[in-house]
Design a protein around this ligand. Structure first.
Ligand SMILES: C[C@@H](NC(=O)[C@@H](C)NC(=O)CCCC[C@H](NC(=O)C[NH3+])C(=O)[O-])C(=O)O
Length: 351
């Protein structure tokens, strides 16, 4: 069936709006039946003035959660663990509640508190305190367990990075190897994602990359260059580095069933609402947005110091959008960047 052509003027307007709301630069890449459309605005480096480059790499934050989910669901397909079994079966004694299952982690329904709320309550001091720190998975889980649970297991959606830290622990326990090897062997290599890497705890981004700029909490305060950090506070919940093209390839290949069986894709895309607007949903490590034109898109968003990311694809994988703005802690810029989805997937508004 015919699909609307992307409204690339609308995409550029959204990118410019992200800049008007505090991002030094932004970019978006659309892949559809009629080929690739890329747009960039502003700069990827405020000091050198280097313009935003569509081939540059950047930190994708929680889009990493979908990569971690693919690895874990492949392990489920291989019979190494089961979704509705207690996490403590595979990681004895880790969690204080045997009722928390693997599925609860992937759907943010475990009740494990998100330690990043306290860690980054004061944005720049919180970031400076951890940007060069290396945490073990256990230390991050202990931070979560030092706070009360946020829900009884399975009862409600409560987003938490802790869930995907435990997913990383499961992957390493079940494969006997660092999570980086699993990403490489199971996703990056097969899909030839040449600009995607999982780097921890090295702080530098190798190769041509975007510099990220963190907004301080103080209105009008100077931007902080947050490009170099360990991202050890997130790891399997947020430490992947990628590029617009690789993200388009990843989400499209995922939706086309290149990484998981049809049955597992059915499980992954079975969603529940995450808010009262009936437009935002979560499945297994995957968001679904219902767009104004009725199109449903699947993918993930990312927020890591200095970088906002959206990467979504239609269910058939025929169309995908990846968009990035090199700032964070500035909600208006994030909302503006999200406007690329409506423009790209719904096309020009009817006159
Ligand atoms: C929401 C997003 N989640 C992620 O990408 C994960 C990895 N990031 C976070 O949980 C936010 C950490 C603080 C960011 C900092 N904010 C503060 O420090 C606020 N005081 C910043 O904005 O850079 C997602 O799933 O879409």
């Amino acid at each position: 069936p015919a699909v609307p052509a992307p409204d690339m003027d609308g995409v550029v307007a959204a990118l410019n709006s992200a800049m008007a709301n505090g991002a030094p630069g932004a970019m978006a890449r659309f892949v559809g039946p009629d080929g690739v459309r890329s747009r960039t605005v502003g700069v990827q480096d405020r000091v050198s003035g280097a313009p935003m480059d569509i081939h540059s790499r950047f930190r994708i934050g929680s889009v990493s959660k979908t990569f971690s989910t693919v690895v874990l669901l492949q392990l489920v397909e291989e019979g190494k663990l089961q979704l509705d079994t207690s996490v403590n079966t595979y990681l004895p004694g880790l969690l204080p509640d045997d009722r928390i299952t693997v599925r609860h982690l992937l759907t943010h329904r475990s009740g494990l508190a998100d330690y990043t709320n306290a860690m980054f309550e004061h944005t720049v001091p919180g970031f400076e305190a951890v940007r060069n720190r290396v945490f073990s998975y256990q230390e991050l889980v202990d931070l979560s367990l030092s706070e009360p649970r946020t829900t009884q297991p399975g009862v409600s959606y409560q987003y938490s990075n802790a869930n995907f830290v435990v997913v990383g622990m499961l992957i390493e326990k079940l494969t006997g190897r660092p999570v980086a090897d699993a990403y490489e062997r199971r996703i990056f290599k097969p899909l030839k994602l040449g600009r995607t890497s999982y780097v921890h705890p090295e702080t530098r981004i190798k190769g041509a990359h975007v510099r990220g700029y963190l907004h301080p909490d103080e209105e009008g305060g100077a931007l902080v260059d947050s490009t170099e950090q360990t991202v050890s506070w997130a790891q399997s919940a947020g430490a992947v580095i990628s590029s617009p093209a690789d993200l388009n390839t990843f989400t499209s290949a995922l939706m086309r069933g290149r990484l998981l069986s049809p049955a597992m894709m059915e499980a992954m895309t079975t969603v529940t609402p995450t808010d009262a607007t009936d437009t935002r949903f979560y499945g297994l490590g995957l968001r679904r947005y219902n767009l104004s034109c009725g199109t449903q898109v699947y993918g993930h968003t990312g927020t890591v110091q200095g970088f906002y990311t959206y990467t979504f694809s239609t269910r058939d994988g025929r169309r995908s959008v990846s968009a990035m703005a090199n700032t964070s802690n500035h909600g208006a810029a994030n909302t503006a960047l999200g406007g690329t989805l409506e423009a790209a997937f719904c096309g020009k508004k009817p006159a």
